[in-house]
Design a protein around this ligand. Structure first.
Ligand SMILES: Nc1ncnc2c1ncn2[C@@H]1O[C@H](COP(=O)(O)OP(=O)(O)OP(=O)(O)O)[C@@H](O)[C@H]1O
Ligand SMILES: [Mg+2]
Length: 262
């Protein structure tokens, strides 16, 4: 295996928070092996909000897991100049026996913060995601949307907990709002953008939803169907939203129908 996960990145990549070069991921071996990703090149700037789109099974979650360090690429390199990335999935995955506040405190505790400091930070984060007053509740007492807010606060705590002074954070999100109703999803999208503006965290956000990608991201990256690689990118800063949404949708459709025909 030639993969490396190194911090800090090479001097030429000083500007990038995340640099993927020629990333390939094969699950299994021989003829039965599945090539999930092949030749993925991608850079994310510090503080940038990038959305990843692609057909189901094209390797989006695989890519996120590799950047998170939860799995290693078969070949190619992934370099991070950020603190240890925080990950947020479709399911909140909270500890059911801990209150909301204790769930948020957990990464701070693992990072060795003292109790007073943890309490204070967790309180700040719960207020950031508008959950003041819900800190004493356990996950089963919260709605799905509230649980995702706790998960967001915990993910932010985990970027904080591992951050050294001046090191930018990185938040990896895999369809975090997919299971929510449209209204709750709208609220959380707006909150995520607000939280992103208030922190200097770079975000890589996986979604199936073109509108969500254009609304949230500064850049939308489209992956081809298996094996996944970057086929096209759009800047969505000050763009003509309806036109970009239409263009991305037609390219996504092509990618999906190509996949179905393959
Ligand atoms: N642990 C694994 N072992 C074997 N194959 C895997 C494993 N994880 C993913 N794959 C395969 O790799 C490919 C990419 O999967 P991945 O979960 O990354 O897709 P995805 O783009 O996130 O899809 P979706 O949009 O449905 O979530 C799929 O063909 C999947 O079956
Ligand atoms: Mg996935």
């Amino acid at each position: 295996m030639t993969a490396t996960l190194e911090t800090p990145a090479a001097v030429s990549d000083l500007d990038a928070a995340v640099t993927l070069s020629g990333v390939r991921k094969v699950f299994g071996h021989g003829p039965a092996g599945v090539v999930a990703l092949d030749g993925v090149d991608l850079k994310v700037a510090p503080g940038e909000f990038v959305c990843l789109l692609g057909a189901s099974g094209c390797g989006k979650s695989t890519l996120l897991n590799l950047v998170a360090g939860l799995d290693a690429p078969t070949s190619g390199t992934i370099e991070l100049t950020t603190s240890r990335p925080a990950v947020m999935f479709q399911e909140a995955a909270l500890m059911p026996w801990l209150t909301a506040a204790r769930n948020v405190e957990l990464p701070l505790r693992l990072a060795g913060l003292k109790r007073g400091e943890r309490r204070e930070k967790a309180g700040e984060l719960l207020s950031l995601v508008r959950l003041v007053g819900a800190g004493h509740k356990r996950p089963h007492e919260l709605s799905g949307g509230m649980r995702q807010r706790v998960a967001l606060a915990r993910a932010l705590a985990s970027t904080m907990g591992s951050a050294e002074e001046g090191t930018p954070g990185l938040l990896l999100m895999d369809e975090p709002f997919a299971a929510l109703d449209a209204i709750t999803r709208d609220v959380l999208q707006a909150e995520l953008v607000r939280v992103w503006r208030e922190t200097s965290t770079a975000i890589v956000f996986v979604t199936h939803d073109v509108r969500e990608a254009v609304r949230l991201g500064q850049r939308v990256v489209l992956l081809s169907s298996r094996p996944g690689r970057v086929v096209r990118e759009w800047s969505t800063v000050d763009c003509d939203e309806p036109a970009v949404i239409e263009d991305i949708t037609s390219h996504l459709r092509e990618v999906i129908s190509g996949h179905a025909a393959a």
